[in-house]
Design a protein around this ligand. Structure first.
Ligand code: DX5
Ligand code: ZN
Length: 218
């Protein structure tokens, strides 16, 4: 498989058919499946919780990558770990004690990710590097799919790649990834690209071939 992993976000899938949608994108070449959990508080939108994650888990072939846009978050980590999440990512902006949250995720047997909003600098990650397996750079303001990629974040990705050095930490890009912006992210040092609208556009559970074409085009 290729060096850059594509993680379709089911935020752009048919919410009435999550199981079939997950199967379809995995069959069509998705490396990971990205699952956006929103609480209507940390972000201005509501999606679903750990029960839905547990329900879709058997329909995902590879990695289930759970992005928590919720605050507070600590009280929910165990439920998401039990749902079968491989990666659980929390927002740096969602609590005062992220070091503890990340330790908790690992103690529950999952890989730990930290997400940073477009306005957040990478300085605050420096002392978390030993605690994380993944850093999610938000290239839109979280809450909705289909937004425009914020170009200033490319510089952040480059700086983050330099900061990480040889550590085995994924750099994941989330928001506005398209055929135009994907190569820029890869060149800046990202290795996992989340894509919602760019993967799901033009396809459906009964016509999944466009998913495969869209994934290969990124
Ligand atoms: C935004 C989510 C993203 C989003 C990406 O809050 O975290 O994962 O679904 O969607 P696109 O690729 O359409 O920007
Ligand atoms: Zn996401």
């Amino acid at each position: 498989s290729r060096a850059i992993k594509i993680a379709p976000s089911i935020l752009s899938a048919d919410f009435a058919s999550f199981g079939a949608e997950c199967q379809a994108i995995c069959d069509q070449g998705a490396d990971w499946v990205h699952v956006d959990v929103m609480d209507g508080h940390f972000v201005p939108n509501i999606t679903f919780g750990p029960q839905t994650c547990a329900a879709i888990r058997p329909h995902i072939k590879g990695v289930m990558d759970v992005h928590l846009m919720i605050a507070p978050v600590d009280g929910y980590l165990e439920a998401f770990a039990r749902s079968g999440a491989d990666f659980i990512s929390v927002h740096l902006e969602a609590g005062a004690h992220m070091h503890r949250s990340l330790q908790t995720i690992r103690s529950l047997g999952a890989k730990a990710g930290i997400c940073i909003n477009p306005a957040t600098g990478i300085e605050q990650i420096e002392y978390l590097l030993d605690q994380v397996d993944l850093i999610n750079v938000m290239t839109v303001n979280p809450g909705f799919g289909g937004q425009k990629f914020i170009m200033s974040q490319l510089d952040k990705i480059r700086k983050l790649r330099a900061l990480i050095g040889e550590r085995p930490i994924h750099i994941e890009i989330d928001g506005g990834v398209t055929t135009e912006t994907a190569p820029l992210c890869a060149a800046a040092g990202a290795d996992v690209l989340v894509a919602g609208s760019a993967v799901f556009s033009g396809g459906s559970v009964s016509n999944p071939a466009p998913y495969g074409k869209n994934i290969s085009a990124l």
